[in-house]
Design a protein around this ligand. Structure first.
Ligand SMILES: [Zn+2]
Length: 502
């Protein structure tokens, strides 16, 4: 339970509560809200009364008009930083809606406070987010604040499930569509194809159906501009888009197709189905060159020559062997070298590839997304539990309406966080292979050229001379492998990459 500020010193004697003061102007056409200065005055007074030294003050002005202004950070971000850096012990705002622009802002604030053991104060109450009860209470306030911010009125508030069944749009708008609202009532009139984004979605489906890779489409889209103002195309945007039945005019709720949607399809059903077969095929690869029959010819290199010429395959005494293409410096039977490299490569793909391909930046983002994901899932679980728990009067602690509204909001956010936590800039040839549990089978199902593409992306192979003539075994140090991210690894030119538009 939250406690009143005047009791805080009883619960936490000997603690000095350095305060982080936060004020935010909201989009409030009727100007009922208090100005930022008003909010901060009230907060300062409160801090004086309870003897909390004000450590820092943060204020966000109304940014709705300047959303696309080039302002990378607002004070909310600075506040999160200050919490994470331990520059205060309590965050003080005037009321819940000041913190919570949306559920996501709430989750971030909550996680930051929990991690740094910082208390949250608003509406004259102090919340300790390490306590489950307080998390529930603040979550409810966040939902209420977001509803208010969205201007959702009771008479318009139907449950997400029933709207989903009717096929009307609900929740986050699908990229490629736009919505028209009644200017008087605020009611949704229709969801229609966005004049420029709709055709872009359609184009992506058509190009994949025509055999182009998501990677090259992404590069092209990037070169043509931003996905949304201020938002660039990211690697995970396309895969998510290409799998969303909403584009075929299907209404989906919690991962299940419920039926025909009210909005027009951007992609015809047969095209959508065709693309599903392509994008869900794990062995889909980009390179095609059937002229080469050996796994490592032209890829593995001689370890004895300084400029490391490629190995080639020669026939010798009835079997084939890799040999330095410039002389007799190195030689090993094809089966032996291939077996060794394959084994090491599959092990590496299974255990270490994911991290190797992640940039530092992506690792940070993925870690953040995982934290966010955990918070969102917890919130959903809390809400579901609450809806299944009844008070003495037989009413659920959380109404079905609230739950479904919450679910409709959270599910897309959870999906987005999941997608983001998985994001790795993996070369297209490796999608479906990295981390797979049935790696060996998948590997065997690939054509030689596909396998060669994988090798080229992942590992440098150098073959050294045997200790003495006639040695056929693999002595330590004869085969030297350097995988992506390891010292000595050099990217090798990739063929047929940009030219995948067939
Ligand atoms: Zn050589």
């Amino acid at each position: 339970m939250p406690i009143a500020p005047e009791y805080l010193h009883l619960v936490h004697p000997d603690t000095v509560f350095h305060a982080l003061l936060y004020g935010r102007a909201s989009r409030d056409p009727k100007k009922r809200g208090r100005s930022v200065e008003d909010q901060l005055d009230t907060g300062t007074e409160m801090c004086d009364t309870y003897n909390w030294p004000v450590a820092e003050v943060f204020k966000d002005i109304d940014r709705s008009a300047s959303r696309h202004a080039r302002r990378a950070r607002d004070d909310f971000e600075a506040l999160i930083d200050a919490i994470e850096a331990g520059r205060g012990r309590i965050v003080v705002a005037f009321e819940a809606s000041r913190y919570y622009r949306d559920i996501e802002a709430y989750i971030r604030l909550r996680n930051a406070c929990m991690a740094a053991n910082v208390l949250l104060c608003y509406n004259g109450q102090v919340y300790d987010l390490s306590k489950r009860e307080d998390r529930k209470a603040t979550a409810q306030d966040a939902i209420a604040a977001e509803d208010e911010a969205d201007g959702i009125r009771d008479r318009n508030l139907r449950t997400a499930r029933s709207t989903a069944k009717k096929g009307t749009p609900h929740g986050r708008i699908l990229y490629g569509y736009a919505r028209r609202y009644d200017p008087d009532t605020g009611d949704l009139i229709e969801q229609y194809k966005h004049p420029t984004r709709g055709p872009l979605v359609r184009e992506a489906f058509e190009r994949v159906a025509a055999g182009e890779t998501e990677y090259s489409i992404l590069q092209d889209f990037r070169s043509r501009g931003e996905r949304l103002p201020g938002i660039e195309w990211q690697y995970y945007h396309l895969p998510t888009m290409l799998r969303n039945p909403g584009y075929a005019g299907q209404r989906v709720f919690q991962g299940k197709v419920l039926g025909e949607a009210k909005w027009p399809p951007i992609v015809p059903r047969d095209l959508f189905d065709q693309v599903q077969q392509i994008v869900r095929d794990p062995a889909r690869l980009t390179t095609k060159d059937w002229s080469v029959r050996y796994l490592l010819s032209g890829i593995a290199r001689c370890g004895e020559c300084e400029h490391a010429p490629h190995l080639r395959v020669v026939k010798t005494r009835g079997h084939r062997a890799y040999q330095c293409s410039e002389g007799y410096h190195t030689m090993m039977r094809t089966k032996m070298l291939e077996g060794y490299v394959e084994q090491a490569l599959l092990k590496w793909l299974e255990l270490r590839a994911t991290d190797a391909f992640r940039t530092d930046d992506q690792q940070v983002k993925a870690a953040k997304a995982r934290t966010r994901l955990a918070g969102l899932k917890q919130q959903l679980a809390d809400a579901q539990e609450k809806a299944a728990t009844f008070d003495d009067g037989g009413r659920p602690l959380l109404s079905v309406d609230s739950l479904t509204t919450l679910e409709a909001r959270l599910v897309p956010m959870i999906e987005a966080a999941e997608a983001e936590s998985r994001v790795v800039q993996v070369p297209p040839v490796l999608v479906g292979l990295i981390g797979a549990s049935d790696m060996e089978k998948r590997w065997k199902d690939l054509t030689t050229e596909q396998q060669r593409a994988v090798v080229r992306q992942c590992v440098n192979v150098r073959l050294h001379r045997a200790r003495a003539r006639g040695i056929r075994t693999i002595e330590p140090g004869r085969i030297v492998l350097a995988f992506v991210g390891e010292e000595g690894f050099r990217a090798q030119p990739r063929h047929a990459r940009g030219a995948a538009r067939e």
